[in-house]
Design a binder for this molecule. Structure first.
Ligand code: FES
Length: 108
């Protein structure tokens, strides 16, 4: 199991465990972590699973590939930063054990 910590906009930390291959969106939703809507079901079509990858993890997680659906769609998320990703596009992998993701104040 891979541990991932979601930090809400007001600083509440929730650490959950996810199987390899699940997305960070699924890790949040399956564990009732508030702050990730994921309205499109995880098919990269809504941008309501926006997260800010912790600075210490962005190199390992990586940025959306240029020209990808994610890089096009993420522009519609509010308050994006240099470490913004869509959680449905972050697959849980053993090298991401301990990952920290910060949640935006709003998803719309
Ligand atoms: S769940 Fe819709 S874009 Fe991620």
């Amino acid at each position: 199991m891979i541990k991932v910590t979601f930090v809400s906009a007001d600083g509440v930390r929730r650490t959950v465990e996810a199987d390899e291959g699940l997305s960070a969106r699924e890790a949040a939703l399956f564990n009732s972590v508030p702050g990730i809507d994921g309205d499109c079901g995880g098919v990269c079509a809504c941008a309501t699973c926006h997260v800010h990858v912790d600075d210490a993890w962005i190199e390992r997680v990586g940025l959306p590939e240029e020209g990808s659906m994610e890089s096009d769609l993420i522009q519609f998320a509010e308050g994006t930063t240099a470490t913004s990703r869509l959680a449905c596009q972050i697959p849980m992998a053993t090298e991401l054990d301990g990952l920290i993701l910060h949640l935006p104040e709003l998803q719309h």
